[in-house]
Structure formats: structure tokens, C-alpha cells
Ligand binder design. Structure first.
Ligand code: HAM
Length: 408
């Protein structure tokens, strides 16, 4: 028996991976258009980075980290997310000026696997560093919204909240702790534990939703600066025509946030009301991991979930499949494929000497638009072409194949 992929991991193969390719293509194109530079950081980091950055009291650090000791006795962790890594990389490189980062890659969390909740999952994300303006928050939220729109996910709403600044939060935390203490007997075990360590997290605990339904909300306890920031974000989103909804109990699962937090939900993806992406402002993060103060805002989108909510990607995978009618003319067929590829045409052929019938079948299976048959007439510089959607055979000069297959 062959070993199977580990629990909670997936092989993403064609044709399902067509959606992945489309999403990654759109992400790549958009990040270039919006001015985000490709940023690659290690897939493992020191455990300390996430313990500090993401927060000791979070579920991610407490329960979900893939940590190991390497042969040099260092404690390392497979990244559960990339924001802490990007901020670390920026600081390590000297941390000068505005920095707009784009990343794509696998993340790792020891979850109870189910659909849309994997142990290895894939994120695309952007981080906008050293920019305190609420317009940066609006840009980041707008980016995620447009990305979903461009890949065809419909009915998207941005859930939006502000959790204020750490200084404002102290007073709020006391009020919330008081509220929760009075109801301690009705809280779940997890929530009870969090009352002392991280009471904000109780707000978005699904099992405790009844108890916290009328808890004091962070939004009603914002300081003046945070309130003005939130108002600016809201009016910016409105100007961009983004459908958003205030979610007073949205606090997010990572500890580095202040002010703006948000998540994307979609009508076409409601598996356990999970979000397709999320993010927020994290002005405290750079200092938490030991650097100077650097404001930042960013998001990460869940590729596994978005591809599940995307419509089928239509169209052909190949412009032309080159079929070899007579084995003696294989060399000419190989040359034709090489020249088509060099001209930017998506072209392929069968290398196994199969029957013409089998090659036409392969062309169909590979979603080719047309077939070019290389037979004896190639010695006179001609090949036979046929569109697979229907159409007659035509003989055309070999140097016209590229133009013929890409014409409508
Ligand atoms: P997050 O909310 O933990 O935020 O993850 C972002 C997105 O990744 C989620 O909305 C979801 O789509 C996807 N995701 C998370 N965990 C899983 C999983 N186990 N299986 C499948 N998909 C998953 C962050 O990671 C922050 N770093 C976002 C951010 C960037 N904040 C500021 N900048």
C-alpha cells in the first residue's frame, strides 16, 4: 500500500487546480497593478516569532503550531500565517519607509480537519507597512473585495469592526471581564479560561454566542483617534462601493490587531459561516516582536476556500494539439510544436506513437481548441487543421498555423 497524504492535507491536481491557477494569476496581476512587491519569507521561523507576534494566549499558538526542535537544538515552527514573518523581514532589512508586500504560499495549523479547515492550507495576502492612514485600510479591504469579484465569487460582504487602540482597550477589557465574571457559570470551559487571559476572544466564541449577545462591544469604547479612524475607513469603503456590515463581536483570532478588523463572507460559501479571508490593522506588531514601532495593515485570503466558492473556469487549456499521422513525420511535428510555443501558442503533442484516433481523444481530454495533423503533406510545407468545436478539415501552410489557431 502506498503511504497516503497526511491527515488534513490535500493534493491539488488538474482539473480542480484550474481554479487555483486562475486565482493565483489574478492575484499576481492585481498585486502588480496595485503596487505590491513579491515577498518571499521562510516557511519555518523561530517559534519565538509566532509565540510573541501571534500571541501566547491565542488558539493558534496554544494548540495549533507545528513546532519542532532541529538538529541544532533550535525550536522552529512551520508558519501558521505570514504577517509576523513579513514584519520581521521588513525590520531585519532595516525597516525604512513604506513597504507593500504580496505573498502566496502554504500555511500550517494543527486543526481538527474538515472541509475548508485544513492542516496545510494556502493563503494569498498583502501587507501595507509604515502607513498609518485609514486610506491604507480602505485600499487593503478593497483589494480583497476586488480579488473575489474578479474570480467570480458572488454575494460578498465585508464584516467590519474596530477593536480600538491598546490604551482604550484597558478600560473596555475591565468592563468586559466584569460582564463575563457575572455570567461565568454559563460560559464554556474554553471561554472561562479566556476570561482571565484574553477576554476579547470570548466575544467571537460560537458556543458562547448566547451569553455574549449583549456584552459591551469594543466599538462603543473607542478612543477619539480610533473612532475618527473607523469613520474614515467606513466612508472610504462607501466611496469605493464596497458592501460592508458592522460586526460588533468580530475580534479575530490573532493578538496583534488594533483598530480595523474585517473578514469576507460570501453567499456562495457558507460552510459553518467561515470567512474567505480576513485581516486588519496591526500597529502594535512590530514592537511586540522586538522592533521599532511600524504601523501596518493587511489581509490574507484562504485559497482552499475561495477556489471552492469559485465558478468553473471555462475555456481551453491548449490552443492546439499537434497529431502525428505518419510516424516518419514525428520530427516535423516536434519542430512545429516548438515553433508554436516560441510564438506564444499553447501547444502540445503525444509522444507515445499512438493512433490518430487516440490522439484526437487526447486532444479532447486536454481541452484543446484545435488539432493540427502532421502527415506526408508536411514535406510540401502543409498541415491539416480542424477546430474541435466543429468545423471542416483545412490544409494550410505550416507557417500559418500559429495565426490560424489564435484567430477566432
Ligand atoms: P486568518 O483569519 O487566520 O488571518 O486567516 C486568513 C484566511 O485564511 C481565513 O479567512 C481563511 O480563509 C484561511 N484559513 C485560515 N485557516 C485555515 C485553515 N485551517 N484551512 C483553510 N483555510 C484557512 C491571518 O492569517 C492573518 N495573517 C491575516 C492578516 C494579514 N492580518 C493582517 N495581515
Amino acid at each position: 500500500m502506498i503511504p497516503r497524504a497526511p491527515k488534513g492535507t490535500d493534493d491539488i491536481l488538474p482539473p480542480a487546480s484550474r481554479r487555483w491557477r486562475e486565482l493565483l494569476r489574478v492575484f499576481d496581476e492585481m498585486t502588480e497593478q496595485w503596487g505590491y512587491g513579491l515577498t518571499l519569507t521562510p516557511i519555518f521561523e523561530t517559534t519565538e516569532l509566532f509565540a510573541r507576534g501571534v500571541g501566547e494566549e491565542t488558539e493558534v499558538v496554544e494548540k495549533q503550531m507545528y513546532s519542532f526542535v532541529d538538529k541544532g537544538d533550535r525550536s522552529l515552527t512551520l508558519r501558521p500565517e505570514a504577517t509576523a514573518s513579513v514584519v520581521r523581514a521588513y525590520l531585519q532589512a532595516g525597516g525604512q519607509g513604506v513597504f507593500k508586500a504580496a505573498y502566496a504560499g502554504p500555511m500550517f495549523r494543527y486543526e481538527q480537519p474538515q472541509a475548508g479547515r485544513r492542516r496545510q492550507f494556502f493563503q494569498v495576502g498583502i501587507e501595507y507597512l509604515a502607513e498609518p492612514s485609514p486610506d491604507a485600510d480602505v485600499e487593503v479591504i478593497d483589494f480583497g473585495y476586488r480579488l473575489l469579484e474578479r474570480v467570480g465569487v458572488t454575494g460578498v460582504t465585508v464584516l467590519l469592526n474596530s477593536i480600538g487602540d491598546p490604551a482604550d482597550r484597558a478600560a473596555y477589557r475591565d468592563r468586559l471581564t466584569g460582564f463575563l465574571q457575572e455570567r461565568i457559570g454559563r460560559l464554556s470551559d474554553d471561554a472561562r479560561r479566556r476570561v482571565a487571559t484574553n477576554p476579547l476572544r470570548v466575544l467571537d466564541s460560537k458556543v458562547d454566542a448566547d451569553v455574549v449577545a449583549d456584552a459591551p462591544a469594543p466599538l462603543d469604547h473607542l478612543g477619539e483617534a480610533a473612532a475618527a479612524h473607523f469613520a474614515a475607513v467606513r466612508s472610504g469603503l462607501e466611496r469605493r462601493g464596497i458592501a460592508s456590515e458592522i460586526a460588533p463581536r468580530l475580534v479575530r483570532g490573532l493578538d496583534y490587531y488594533n483598530r480595523t478588523v474585517f473578514e469576507y463572507v460570501a453567499a456562495s460559501y457558507d460552510a459553518a459561516q467561515d470567512s474567505l479571508g480576513g485581516g486588519g490593522r496591526y500597529d502594535p506588531l512590530a514592537e511586540i516582536i522586538g522592533g521599532k514601532a511600524v504601523p501596518g495593515v493587511g489581509l490574507a485570503m484562504g485559497v482552499d476556500r475561495i477556489t471552492a466558492a469559485m465558478p468553473e473556469v471555462g475555456g481551453e487549456d491548449l490552443d492546439v494539439f499537434v497529431a502525428v499521422a505518419v510516424e516518419a513525420r514525428r520530427t516535423e511535428a516536434l519542430d512545429l510544436v516548438a515553433s508554436l510555443r516560441a510564438a506564444g501558442v499553447r501547444a502540445d503533442l503525444d509522444l507515445g506513437g499512438r493512433s490518430l484516433r487516440a490522439q484526437f481523444k487526447a486532444a479532447d481530454r486536454r481541452r484543446a481548441r484545435a488539432v493540427a495533423v502532421v502527415g506526408e503533406e508536411v514535406t510540401e510545407g502543409r498541415v491539416t487543421v480542424r477546430r474541435l468545436a466543429g468545423g471542416d478539415d483545412e490544409q494550410i501552410p505550416i507557417e500559418e498555423v500559429a495565426a490560424w489557431v489564435t484567430s477566432p
